[in-house]
Every structure is written in C-alpha cells, then in structure tokens.
Design a protein around this ligand. Structure first.
Ligand SMILES: Nc1nc2c(ncn2[C@@H]2O[C@H](COP(=O)(O)OP(=O)(O)OP(=O)(O)O)[C@@H](O)[C@H]2O)c(=O)[nH]1
Ligand SMILES: [Mg+2]
Length: 462
C-alpha cells in the first residue's frame, strides 16, 4: 500500500520523543527534523514540508493548555491534525444539482484510470445514492476505449452512449446529453480521451466539451504512482479547465505517496475519491482524517492520538464540572463522570497527569477504586430516569429493587445516595461562595482538579 515507508519513518520519529518526559526546544527540533526527512523521502513537495513544520512547531509552542499530554502524545496529535489540514479537512462530495441532471466530466493523462473511475463512481452512485447514471463514451482516440466503457457499463448496470470513433468527441457529448435527458438519467458521466503528456490539442478538445456539457464537476484522475509530477499535471489541467475535484488512483500500489499529499495543497482542488484497486468496488470517498490516520499507521501511533483526544475530553469534563456547579448535578451526570474517568484508565494514572495531584498517584488503590466505581455505575444504571433526576423519591421498596438489580445491598444504595447528596450540597455551597465573591473559583478548581467524581469522600486518601 501507498505511504508504507512514510508511516514507518514517522513512527520512528515519534518513538524517539516518546520516552522523554518533557517537551523541550531540543527534543522538539530533533523530532521535527525526523518528520521533515520522512516527508521529503516520501516525495512531498519541499515547500509544503517547510510550511507543515512551521505550523506544527507553532502549534506545539502554543499548546500549554493541554498540560495533561506527554510530549509524544501532543506532537503526534498536532502532526495528525496538520496532516488532516493538508489533505483538506473535510470530505468533498460531488456537486449534485438540486434539480435536473448532474454532469460529471472525467479528465486526465493516459492510463491514469479515467475509464475505470467512471465505472467505479457509477457503481457507487447506484449503490449508495440510488442514482440513475448514464455514461458517455467521449474517448474516440483509443480504439478499444468505447468497448472498455461499454463493458464496465454493463457490469455496473448503466447505459453507455456512443457514436463510434468516427464522430468527434464534442458531437458525441452533445447528442449523449440529449439522449440522457430523454432517458430520465439524473447524472451523466463523460469519459474523455487521455494523452501521454499534456498537449494543446487535448486541452482544446476538453475545453470544448466543457463548453457544451457545462459540467457540475470536472474530475481529474491522478495516478498516485506519478510522484511529484502530479503537481505539474494537475496545475496544467486546472489552469485550463478549472478542475473541481481529484480522483487519486492506484493508492493500492506501493507509491511513496508524497505527490498525493502535495497536490491538494498546491492546487487547492479537493480530493473527492480514491481508487484502491482494479475492481468496481475499489473506490472510496476520500476522508482527510481517515487518510491521516492511515499515514500515521493504525497501531501505536493511533493509540496515542486517541489517548490525546480522550485526555482532552477530560479537560473538557472539568469545564463541564465548573458549569455543573452553577446549576444542578444529577446522578446521570455522576454516571457520566465515572464513565469518562474509567475510559482514561486507572485513577492513579490520571492523577499522575494532574499537576499538584501527581505526588499522590502512587498511594491510590486502583483495584479498590475500580471496584467501587463499577458498583456505583451498576447502582445508578438500575435506577429509573426519574430516580436519577431526583433520588429524593427513593423509598425502601425502590431501594430494594435497585440493590437487587445492581447486585448490591440497600446499604450500598444508601451510601451512594448520601454521598451524592453531599456532593451536590458541596457544589451548591461552592457556587454560593463563588457568587459571594469570597473565593476564587479558579483557585478552587485548581485544587479540586480531577476530584469531581464523588467516589467516597470519607475514605479518600488524598
Ligand atoms: N491497482 C489499480 N489499478 C487501477 C486503478 N484505477 C485504474 N487502474 C488500472 O489502470 C489501468 C488504466 O486504467 P483506465 O481506466 O483504462 O485508464 P484511463 O485513464 O481511462 O486510460 P486511457 O483511456 O488510455 O487514457 C487499468 O489496467 C486499470 O485497471 C486503481 O485504483 N488501482
Ligand atoms: Mg480511458
């Protein structure tokens, strides 16, 4: 698959930094040098590499906010996000006409996969979008081209219009569009002829077809194996035709992938589809984030990215705790908090990440805490919606039911409810103090960081 060596190199770069506790100018620079080499070796355009590194460094320097991340997590996350940005942030769907017939024109150099992509996109349009496509065979240069499209049309179940190789391509398109309207097709795909190199004659023919067909999309196929030449080709087509999307083909091959990374960024034309094989199903809508995941490799690195994301969620949950104190806190909120914390792993591990609490981390009895958290969760989950909103309605019979449902005892249910009430009370008081201006809320939250999960206040060790 494409990008294999890039993935390997980037992983190596991140590994060097991952054992180090702190992000310094020095280890950051070392790591960025490795990332730079990895990108250049993968044949990414040098200008893009330069900008990419400047962006990564800028972001890393401005990242004190996420104090809970270690250097490798932070850097991987930033590199990941920059890759996504480089690849175009969001997927770019076809420009479907709101009403009437959408027209898509496929252009590109010879052998890059135009005809195959027309077939694949047609298949996708039928399968996923429930469309009725019609195909126009406007490659009258290569003798076997029409037949090739007809075979594909048959395979994916779409009518193919052709007037043979004697009729000029422009005329075929003109009549083909008329036929498509008659037949009630809602989308037309035009397959055009390729050339070995960009030549004026080809460009002129394409310009004429564009003039007549007024396509909603002009898709340029670029072969991932081409390397940086892709950029020149794409720019030339774009200047003449105003290309609206790229189809990157043959990503299943073992290209270094750098051209693909560069072409979107330099032309600012979004990649709409990627070709991953010769069969009709081997086409995917292009998702920049998924591609970035793939480039970074799914294993260790992705775990780091996910951990980073989750840790950011934790900081988010601290923010929400702040909000909670201003309003009401229900057992549902408590459940959510416990789940959030458990997602992150051991409580001792979490405390390690929180400045001020890290010194106590080793004193945590994780096993006991986990057991207690699980019991708390089971108890809350056994309650009805109303009970979770207002545990005040819990009478003996309800408590018995909850205990039975959660495999606990009535005493434990009582303990949880009491603890919850105490926490709620405490929050109210804090909110009042805050209102009265007697206490600085930020200072309070600073101390209480990570402690918004009322496990068992009496027994806690910190
Ligand atoms: N592995 C792989 N092969 C592909 C892909 N897309 C196209 N091909 C192959 O590339 C070759 C050329 O594909 P075509 O669709 O005929 O290319 P074209 O641009 O229409 O070529 P011309 O009409 O001659 O300009 C064929 O053998 C296809 O099967 C892809 O995503 N992966
Ligand atoms: Mg073709």
């Amino acid at each position: 698959m494409a990008f294999e060596s890039l993935t390997e190199r980037l992983n190596k770069a991140f590994k060097n930094i991952s054992g180090q506790g702190k992000l310094t100018e020095k280890n950051m620079d070392d790591m960025l040098r490795e990332v730079r080499l990895a990108l250049l070796e993968a044949d990414v355009n040098y200008k893009i590499v330069k900008d990419f590194l400047v962006n990564v460094k800028d972001k890393a320097v401005g990242q004190e906010v996420y104090t809970s991340l270690n250097p490798s997590q932070m850097v991987v996350k930033i590199v990941h996000d920059e890759l996504v940005a480089l690849l175009g942030e969001k997927e770019a769907p076809l420009n479907f006409k709101e009403s009437g017939m959408t027209v898509v024109m496929m252009v590109g150099l010879q052998g890059t996969g135009k005809t195959t992509s027309v077939g694949k996109i047609t298949s996708l349009l039928k399968r996923k979008y429930n469309k009725h496509p019609m195909l126009i065979a406007a490659d009258v240069i290569r003798p076997a081209a029409i037949e090739q499209l007809q075979t594909l049309g048959k395979e994916v179940g779409a009518e193919v219009f052709s007037l043979g190789i004697e009729t000029p391509a422009v005329e075929t398109v003109r009549q083909g569009l008329a036929r498509a309207k008659e037949s009630g097709a809602d989308i037309v795909l035009i397959d055009t002829a390729g050339r070995l190199h960009i030549d004026d004659e080809l460009m002129e023919e394409l310009a004429q077809i564009k003039e007549i067909a007024k396509p909603d999309d002009i898709l340029l196929t670029v072969d991932a194996m081409t390397g940086q030449d892709i950029i020149n080709v794409a720019q030339a087509f774009h200047e003449k035709l105003n290309v609206t999307g790229l189809v990157v083909t043959k990503l299943d091959g073992d290209s270094r992938g750098g051209g693909v990374l560069s072409v979107r960024s330099i032309t600012q034309v979004p990649v709409k589809f990627i070709g991953l094989g010769e069969k009709m199903e081997d086409l995917d809508v292009f998702y920049p984030d998924r591609m970035a995941d793939r480039i970074l490799g799914m294993g260790d690195i992705m775990t780091l990215v996910e951990q980073a994301q989750e840790k950011m969620d934790l900081e988010q949950s601290e923010k929400s705790a702040r909000k909670m104190m201003e309003g009401t806190f229900t057992l549902d909120d408590m459940l959510q908090q416990v789940e959030q914390v458990q997602k992150l792993g051991s409580l001792g591990g979490i405390m390690k990440m929180i400045p001020g609490l890290n010194q106590f981390a080793s004193q945590m009895d994780d096993e006991k805490t986990t057991r207690q958290m699980n019991r708390s969760k089971a108890i809350i989950r056994s309650m009805t919606k109303e009970e979770r909103q207002d545990p005040g309605i819990l009478r003996a019979s309800r408590k018995k039911r909850i205990a039975a449902g959660s495999g606990t005892t009535v005493q434990e249910v009582n303990a949880l409810v009491n603890q919850f009430e105490k926490t709620r009370q405490m929050m109210k008081q804090m909110a009042q103090l805050q209102k009265g201006g007697k206490m600085n809320m930020n200072a309070l939250m600073g101390q209480k960081k990570g402690m918004n999960i009322p496990l068992n206040p009496r027994r806690r060790k910190w």
